[in-house]
Ligand binder design. Structure first.
Ligand code: AMP
Length: 279
């Protein structure tokens, strides 16, 4: 496994691989858990060469968000990636990715404003901008993203389609802890009592799914069912619970057929957790 920190070197390696071997890219912000590693395993099955990136992207964090305290563990990450047989890990320098005169960004205007976009304005523009930069540096044939961040996946798919980018986006399923909590680097922020509360998010989503599979349910009813699983505790606050069409993220009024996404964000203490389920 080679660790590459220079943009130019990564670009040269990828252009020399191009046309001889297929490349799968897995972008991450590091502090890797089993969820990330499942994306790597899928990448290894998909293409000849697997490239993981570790970059905590400042442009996708709001002013009062957790950029400076976002958990980092480069040594541990490299050990995990090496065990899985990753070919290259790209760890670019923040100042090289965003030099002082950087002024271009990519905005996916509509779907960036829904769901997480409402409480995190500018977040998806930051995500899309760094992802297109990684695509341009690495020129992957495939890039793997987790269903865990469903809106991010939808934003990237829309960018790829709208800008005719020559990369295939692959979705990988959500990996969970034994009690159902979706794995996330941010779970590290939860203290003991918050960690006990955290699985309520997935419990609520599962309860909604069960109700829908028993017949058609209105979105209002779906919301009520979700809320029955959320403890009445001042440390728990629902940011949103929304039901949408999986393909274009347009809101639905009623569950009546498949292709429904139920997505939620809940604050447990100061930590904002997201999760979703497809029915
Ligand atoms: P992050 O490091 O949070 O930017 O995540 C990097 C990639 O890992 C994204 O495509 C995420 O959707 C994906 N990911 C994060 N958590 C999980 C999980 N629990 N299961 C599967 N994929 C995940």
């Amino acid at each position: 496994m080679k660790v590459i920190r220079s943009i130019k070197t990564m670009q040269n390696i990828c252009s020399s691989l191009k046309n001889r071997r297929t490349i799968a890219l897995v972008p991450t912000m590091g502090y890797l858990h089993e969820g990330h590693l499942s994306l790597i395993k899928l990448a290894k099955k998909t293409a000849d060469v697997t490239i993981a990136t570790i970059f905590v992207n400042p442009k996708q964090f709001g002013k009062n968000e957790d950029f400076s305290r976002y958990p980092r563990d480069e040594k541990g990450d490299l050990r995990k990636l090496k065990t899985l047989g990753v070919d290259y890990v790209f760890i670019p320098n923040e100042k090289k990715i965003y030099p002082p005169d950087h002024q271009t960004s990519v905005e996916i205007s509509k779907i960036s404003k829904l769901l997480c976009g409402r409480s995190r304005p500018g977040h998806f523009t930051g995500v899309a901008t760094v992802v297109i930069k990684l695509f341009n540096i690495i020129q992957p044939d495939y890039s793997i993203f987790g269903q865990k961040d469903y809106q991010q996946l939808a934003v990237i798919k829309t960018m790829v389609k709208d800008l005719n980018l020559p990369v295939k986006i692959i979705c990988s399923k959500i990996i969970r802890e034994n009690d159902g909590l979706a794995m996330s680097s941010r779970n590290a922020y939860l203290n003991k009592s918050e960690r006990i509360l955290a699985p309520c998010l997935y419990k609520g989503l599962r309860k909604v799914k069960r109700a829908c599979l028993n017949g058609s349910v209105s979105v209002n009813k779906m919301r009520q069912i979700f809320l029955t699983q959320i403890p009445k505790n001042k440390r728990v606050r629902v940011d949103y619970i929304e039901c949408l069409n999986t393909n274009n993220l347009s809101p639905i009024k009623m569950y009546a057929k498949k292709d429904t996404l139920v997505a939620a964000a809940v604050f447990i203490g100061k930590t904002r957790l997201i999760d979703n389920i497809i029915i």
